[in-house]
Design a protein around this ligand. Structure first.
Ligand code: NDP
Length: 333
């Protein structure tokens, strides 16, 4: 038996979330079983656990879109018992039981061998948020944005994706402006690598189709009016990567930045991103991340704390990344 968080549908149509003891026999189909040492709480997990977003596609569901641990049993040709792996996306925690449990069973093709420079704890300190930040940065580079192109802007800078994006971009030599709804976080954001802080409210006053051209690249986690303002403020041929909807699903913009400044809008999806790009992104994260800076944005919790943390995350009370310890402390790596 092993502990897991379980989301169940009640007869009234609401959902109930509780910690339960599950058996291996209850795990879904898959050719690899992993002993989970660490998971995380992502924005999507918070939506699933609070029921505030339509994330869960079947019930009962173990939430958790990512986790890291050690292969326990495998009939997959590429994975052996004892190997350290990361799971993220592919519908884990949405349509397939996910990582907020001490065991997961999945198709081995979903698993990424942990880069040797990363511990399971560090991999989940980064988690889907960090890996998505890496996908955004890789897209900017692929589209030709270099440190010489000009400053890059990151929205939701005090959140998971934003914090890691700041660290990665500054490590790569970019000048980074951090947009935040928490300007009091300025010292932390500067430590992570921001050279400039822009209060979200100031950005939201930029409502014209074209604003002053400021940025060569952007990582946007917010969508809505935030993304519209970012697009309107890009330099000629600037590149915007859009990965999130913290401000909303809508996009109240005009085509002006695209047809008058040649701005490119690149969509980023981490869930079904092809394996080759995932492997490259995880390896690049391992190469670039500063463990000390990463430690500075972590809050460590255990399964019983997850429900409250999910509510706090959606209420904007959380900064940085939340790490969830699953395995027994003496075995967690
Ligand atoms: P967090 O909750 O850790 O961070 C989100 C941050 O966004 C907050 O810390 C806050 O930062 C900012 N924010 C909150 N509310 C608003 C608002 N109303 N308007 C503008 N900014 C706001 O979440 P993550 O960083 O983990 O995820 C961010 C987004 O990216 C989410 O929408 C998530 O679903 C999405 N995502 C998408 C992925 C993909 O595959 N496309 C993968 C991973 C995440 P501050 O106070 O500093 O402004």
């Amino acid at each position: 038996m092993f502990p897991a968080l379980l989301i169940e549908k009640t007869s009234e149509g609401t959902q109930n979330v509780s910690e339960q003891s599950l058996s291996d026999a209850q795990l879904p189909e898959g050719d690899v079983t992993v002993r989970v040492e660490w998971s995380t709480l992502n924005y999507k997990d918070a939506l699933a656990i609070t029921g505030k977003g339509p994330i869960v596609r079947s019930y009962p569901m173990v939430p958790g879109i990512d986790c890291a641990g050690t292969v326990e049993t495998s009939s997959h040709p590429g994975l052996v018992a004892g190997q350290r792996v990361v799971l993220n996306g592919w519908g884990a925690g949405e349509s397939h039981w996910g990582g907020l449990a001490e065991r997961v069973r999945v198709p081995g093709d979903w698993l990424i061998p942990l880069p040797s420079a990363l511990s399971a704890r560090q991999a989940m300190a980064l988690g889907t948020a960090g890996y998505t930040a890496m996908l955004c940065v890789r897209a900017l580079i692929r589209e030709g944005v270099t440190p010489k192109s000009g400053p890059v802007v990151v929205t939701g800078a005090s959140g998971g994706v934003g914090s890691v994006a700041l660290m990665l971009l500054s490590k790569l030599g970019y000048e980074v402006t951090a947009v935040t709804g928490h300007p009091e976080e300025e010292p932390v954001l500067r430590k992570l690598g921001a050279s400039d802080i822009l209060p979200r409210q100031t950005l939201l006053r930029m409502t014209r189709p074209l604003e002053k051209a400021q940025w060569a690249g952007a990582v946007d986690v917010a969508g809505g009016a935030v993304l519209a303002a970012i697009c309107a403020s890009m330099k000629y041929q600037g590149v915007v990567t859009a990965c999130g909807l913290a401000a909303g699903m809508d996009f109240p913009a005009t085509v002006a930045p695209f047809i008058l400044r040649g701005v490119t809008l690149v969509g980023i999806d981490s869930v079904y991103c092809p394996k080759e790009e995932r492997l490259a992104a995880w390896q690049q994260l391992a190469d670039l991340i500063d463990p000390e800076k990463l430690n500075g944005i972590l809050t460590e919790i255990t399964l019983p704390d997850v429900k409250q943390a999910a509510a706090d995350l959606l209420d904007g009370k959380i900064r940085g990344r939340i790490l969830v310890r699953l395995a027994a402390p003496e075995n967690a790596g």
